[in-house]
Design a protein around this ligand. Structure first.
Ligand code: MG
Length: 197
């Protein structure tokens, strides 16, 4: 069994990205966190109805080597698990101990997505795939039987080889969807415990 986990707002607390900017400003005093925040919308890119933030490109416009900055940040306390949702470690270890192949599948620029994954201790042993295409297209091409856990309500867009589970970890409530929705990663773990037994 294969389970793909989305990264942003599924495992990674994307809404806390300000912490990344504050840390950058701490390491590079010539940069100001509120200016970084103001500039960021210039580096928002859209693909259809999806958007992502290209922090790597933003950093390079200040004359920084983005890869170096990401490596440096990954050596700080940002990587101690504070940017993972509660229950991520238990969900992943529980799936792995049941021989599930757990992988990360995330939309956005490769360098920034891998950087965010590197801040999550629970994800360190997992394969990370990044894409700038809608996930549905990747699944259509692969045809493998798998599960996807994601915060975006995309169950209707996915091909039949994918079983979908939605998470909503920032308080938004959903009703009457055609797939299960969970409001904590602990509940996702219990769901898969049931699926596997
Ligand atoms: Mg997401």
């Amino acid at each position: 069994m294969i389970v793909y986990l989305d990264l942003d707002r599924t495992i990674f607390k994307t809404n806390d990205s300000e912490k990344i900017l504050l840390k950058i400003a701490e390491l590079y005093p010539e940069l100001d966190a509120s200016q970084l925040e103001k500039d960021r919308t210039t580096f928002h890119e859209t693909v259809g109805d999806l958007y992502y933030w290209d922090l790597g490109r933003q950093l390079s416009t200040y004359g920084l080597d983005a890869e170096e900055v990401f490596t440096e940040l990954a050596g700080t306390d940002l990587a101690d698990g504070r940017l993972e949702y509660e229950g991520a470690a238990t969900l992943i270890s529980s799936l792995q101990s049941a021989d599930v192949d757990v992988r990360v599948l995330t939309f956005g620029p490769d360098d920034y997505q891998r950087f965010k994954a590197s801040l999550c201790p629970s994800l360190r042993s997992l394969a990370v795939t990044t894409t700038l295409s809608p996930k549905s297209e990747l699944f259509e091409a692969s045809e493998e039987e798998c599960w996807l856990v994601d915060d975006k309500p995309i169950g209707n867009e996915l091909p039949g080889n994918v079983s979908f589970v939605q998470v909503s970890l920032e308080g938004q409530q959903y009703q009457q969807l055609d797939w299960p929705v969970f409001y904590s990663l602990t509940d996702v773990k219990e769901f898969f415990d049931d699926v596997m037994h």
